[in-house]
Design a protein around this ligand. Structure first.
Ligand code: FMN
Length: 195
């Protein structure tokens, strides 16, 4: 494996929101993804995140309404038949500082899932009180973020983004999802010569 293999993996691992529900992600793979995320870096090596893996059709139906899909789009979200088939919820004890760890674990899961042929979307838009209630979580536990996974059911392409232009992604007339990204030169910070 070399850097361009990693670049391809990152390029392929777009945020997917429409899946092929008829081709569910295996429950064993979801566990394997958590086992991989277990090895990811953690602030002060606290390892404060806990993972709740849900993939049965009944669980999926129960939790789906608590996620907000593609806030930037005027879109009703994934319809029956195109919804995620697995969810990994990141949990922590109330007040634990896990935001960075959660991001790193989520990306680790995303990349490993992409390498296994599955698409995903990191989900921060969650009705947390509602989901907490429906899952019967203890009062000491709170929900950080989640990763929704499944077999990709949509085409996603990266577009160039000019500095200052709108960052919102869009669907075209053929239902292709476009994601604008800034170029390398726009992201590098330069300090001027010292005088
Ligand atoms: C921390 C975080 C939270 C996110 N939450 C949501 C979400 O609640 N719903 C959603 O549809 N997408 C969510 N996304 C996906 C972003 O919208 C997506 O990363 C962005 O549009 C760029 O697309 P890309 O991931 O394909 O590059 C989230 C991404 C991150 C990193």
């Amino acid at each position: 494996m070399n850097a361009s293999d990693i670049a391809s993996l990152v390029r392929d691992a777009r945020s997917c929101r429409r899946f092929i529900e008829a081709d569910p992600i295996p429950a064993e793979l979801l566990l394997q993804l958590v086992d991989i995320a277990r090895l990811a870096p953690s602030s002060r090596n606290q390892q404060a995140l806990r993972f709740l893996v849900l993939s049965s059709p009944a669980d999926r139906e129960r939790i789906f309404p608590f996620f907000k899909w593609a806030a930037a789009l005027d879109w009703a979200g994934p319809q029956p038949g195109e919804r995620a088939t697995g969810y990994i919820l990141f949990l922590r004890r109330v007040g634990a500082q896990t935001a960075h760890d959660a991001g790193i674990a989520a990306m680790t899961i995303k990349l490993a899932a992409a390498a296994a042929g599955y698409a995903s979307c990191i989900m921060g838009g969650i009705d947390r009180p509602g989901l907490h209630r429906v899952l019967g979580l203890s009062p000491e536990t709170e929900i950080d973020i989640a990763v929704a996974l499944g077999r990709a059911g949509e085409k996603i392409v990266i577009e160039p983004l000019a500095p200052g232009a709108p960052v919102a992604y869009w669907h075209d007339a053929d239902d292709v999802h476009h994601v604008p990204k800034l170029g390398l030169a726009d992201l590098l910070h330069h300090t001027g010569p010292s005088r």
